[in-house]
Design a protein around this ligand. Structure first.
Ligand code: 5GP
Length: 197
């Protein structure tokens, strides 16, 4: 590792834990040079999602091609419904080399694969207040079929059991509080982070 090397931070947590909201606020509030890695996926965009911003939306053929070409740091079929998700090396390597802190939002399998390549990565599991709350949030989103909700809850249950594999666990009971806790983890010496305010 060179002196100017940035850091890799892997966030996981069940769908419905409120990860996206927490991360959005973290980017606003944290003074570190954080940059989000945009993952690739074979699932279809939800209303309002933009290609290249929320995800790189790839056809299964293109995903396969890039996988065979060795373009991914990690990739997995996340929900067992035939959708693939993966972290492109092109999203990570150049940023680390320029000293950025690269944020990944990946599942548990993805995090373990990332740690194999980058043992120094910081891993943070975002817990929902409860599984009942996850179900409520998934239903409120209103974009998923009953089958998808059922599968996601199953994955959520499995993921919660693996939370202890992470270096840090943060409960998203209240977004601002969770963000302060994460800022503290990433930047413990910052006088403006949680203990200071
Ligand atoms: P969603 O379909 O709701 O956008 O994402 C569902 C889940 O897919 C995320 O919560 C995250 O756990 C997982 N995911 C997103 N991007 C990646 C990725 O690049 N790699 C892996 N392994 N999982 C991902």
């Amino acid at each position: 590792m060179t002196k100017n090397q940035g850091k890799l931070i892997a966030f996981s947590g069940p769908a419905g834990a409120g990860k996206s909201t927490v991360l959005r606020e973290l980017f606003k509030q944290c003074p570190l040079p954080l940059e989000m890695s945009v993952s690739a996926t074979t699932r279809s965009p939800r209303p309002g999602e933009q290609d290249g911003v929320d995800y790189h939306f790839l056809t299964p053929q293109e995903f396969d091609r890039r996988r065979s070409a060795g373009d991914f740091l990690e990739c997995f079929e996340v929900f067992g419904l035939g959708y693939w998700y993966g972290t492109l090396l092109s999203e990570v390597t150049p940023r680390l080399e320029s000293g950025k802190w690269v944020v990944l939002e990946v599942d548990v399998d993805g995090t373990m694969a990332v740690l194999e390549h980058f043992p120094g990565a910081i891993t943070i599991f975002i817990r929902p207040p409860s599984l009942e709350e996850v179900e409520r949030r998934l239903r409120r989103r209103g974009t998923e079929t009953e089958e998808v909700i059922r599968r996601r809850l199953e994955v959520a249950r499995r993921e919660m059991k693996l939370a202890s594999r992470y270096q840090h666990q943060v409960t998203n009971d209240e977004v601002d509080r969770a963000v302060r806790e994460i800022c503290d983890i990433l930047n413990p010496s910052d006088p403006n982070s949680a203990h200071g305010v």
